[in-house]
Design a protein around this ligand. Structure first.
Ligand code: IMP
Length: 486
């Protein structure tokens, strides 16, 4: 159970700092496992919010490929939900199976170390095939951390001098899948270039890169579907499960009510797939749904970056208060019953530091703003003042209303004269691609866990000691008293 020093009333993620713990060799980043077991599914603990500004076909597929579980928004028609789930499941590659990339990002051998590192950072690939001017395959550039240091001294070093040359790399010629599979397994490789033999004008043998083949390390592609609690939910559940959804998320702003309670009773009688209930903010609500068999519980109200609920209705909770209350309740419940119910922190997690603090208590975090900023999110790119932004808007905003024509999310009838918006529309600065972005979160989280002395999330929860900062010391967690160069 997370330990807290100091009063936490009214706290947010940024109000805390972690105490370091004793670190041994087994806590080095390469030995740390950051995945969470969500109802038997191993995923990265960052769940994209169930919002139309984030999740469409392309986003869902890219997220699933990166070991995440996207949640298809409930505000879509059931047909659109089914389409997105099918789109992902039809392309699924299971653990150990082969994933093919036909036109991978390449480096030319006369490009420099600086170019290579830029591509590694932009695309998140640590192995890049190298070709010559005519497009012939010459070797593989393999990212190593010491290159970051070398970059200072020799940014212009040609890739040719750094790559593992063709004669020293593993590869196959021709597309015999059995041979590819055998080679990957025998040599215990993650990736293999598939080449085609050609002869140039002088009759010299060269190789063309046909594709890269990877052996999938993560589980298969996971995808969940969000539902509301209105009549008709059963039909939606049947359709999305039939399409292949791995999990159902009850997506309400406040689930502590008789509608969600009776939905849960019925769901558990009829369906087997795991279900997450949310959102709630206190122990009593947690226990109600824990007893009804919730497979995960989502916490938070009024703290989302696009949310105005706490301003408009004055109902909600400080996000860390709610999370501490509910995760302490989760641990007590586990001691009493032996049933561990993962808790997902949702809303107001606005940077990596917030992710790290939230995961000291929660098993996973649901992120809206942070996923909306990636190129792959469903929102359009807007350019203003020379900067690129992605659209991002709340499911309770005017825009959401205009798209769907009702405010079911907030129990307002279709013909209501009074529309009480609880969200806003805006933009977030474009942040590049999802894969390297998520990898950065993973690496930062591992660094923190190393300092705390935790080799997995379970140990992180047990060992984390959070100190509540005063406003003055919170200000000193960043650079202060100096002129900062960007
Ligand atoms: P963020 O990560 O701070 O951007 O918050 C995302 C979360 O805000 C979502 O997962 C929802 O729980 C919540 N949310 C989405 N749309 C709205 C809205 O319009 N009003 C209030 N909360 C919302």
């Amino acid at each position: 159970m997370v330990k807290i020093r100091g009063d936490y009333i009214g706290a947010s993620f940024g109000d805390f700092i972690l105490e370091p713990g004793y670190t041994t060799r087994e806590h080095l980043p390469e030995n740390i496992d950051i995945t969470v077991d969500l109802a038997g599914m191993k995923i990265k603990p960052f769940i994209p919010a169930a919002m139309r500004a984030i999740c469409d076909e392309n986003f869902a597929l890219e997220a699933a490929k990166s070991g995440l579980m996207p949640v298809v928004p409930r505000a879509y028609s059931v047909e659109r939900q089914v389409k997105i789930i099918r789109y992902v499941k039809e392309r699924e590659v299971r653990k150990g199976e082969l994933e093919e990339v036909d036109d991978p990002i390449k480096l030319r051998e006369d490009e420099t170390l600086a170019d290579a590192l830029e591509k590694v950072n932009t695309y998140g690939h640590s192995n890049l095939p190298v070709v010559d001017k005519s497009g012939n395959f010459k070797g593989i550039f393999k990212y190593r951390q010491e290159y970051e240091r070398e970059l200072m001294q020799s940014p212009d070093m040609p890739v040719k001098n750094l790559m593992v040359p063709l004669e020293k790399t593993h590869y196959v010629v021709g597309e015999d899948r059995d041979e590819i599979k055998r080679k990957l397994e025998e040599e215990n490789l993650r990736m293999l270039p598939v080449l085609e033999e050609i002869f140039d004008r002088q009759g010299k043998r060269e190789y063309r890169l046909k594709k890269l083949v990877f052996r999938r390390q993560d589980d298969g592609y996971r995808i969940a579907a969000a539902i509301d609690t209105y009549p008709g939910w059963k039909g939606r559940v049947e359709r999305v499960l039939e399409a292949g959804a791995d999990m159902i998320f009850i997506d309400t702003s406040d689930c502590w009510n008789e509608f969600t309670e009776s939905l849960m009773e019925e769901y558990k009688k009829r369906f087997e797939k795991p279900i997450c209930v949310g959102n709630l903010v206190g122990e009593e609500a947690f226990r109600l749904f824990a007893d009804l068999g919730a497979d995960a519980i989502k916490v938070g109200m009024g703290s989302g970056s696009i949310c105005t609920t706490s301003q408009v209705l004055r109902v909600g909770a400080a996000p860390m208060d709610a999370l501490i209350r509910v995760t302490q309740a989760r641990d007590r419940y586990y001691k009493e019953t032996g049933r561990y119910i993962p808790v997902i922190a949702d809303g107001g997690i606005s940077d990596e530091a917030d992710i790290i603090i939230a995961l000291a208590c929660a098993d996973a975090v649901m992120l809206g703003k942070l996923f909306a900023a990636f190129e792959e999110s469903a929102g359009r790119v807007i350019e203003t003042g020379g900067e690129k932004y992605k659209e991002y808007w709340g499911e309770g905003s005017r825009r959401a209303f205009e798209l769907t024509g009702d405010m079911k999310r907030y129990s307002l009838p279709k013909d209501s004269k009074y529309i009480i918006y609880q969200g806003v529309e805006g933009g977030v600065k474009l942040k590049g691609k999802l894969k390297p972005g998520v990898e950065h979160w993973v690496q930062t989280l591992k660094q923190t866990m190393m300092h705390v002395g935790a080799k997995n999330l379970k140990e992180y929860h047990e060992k984390a000691v959070l100190t509540r900062l005063t406003q003055r010391s919170a200000e000193k967690t960043g650079p202060h008293g100096i002129l900062v160069e960007d």
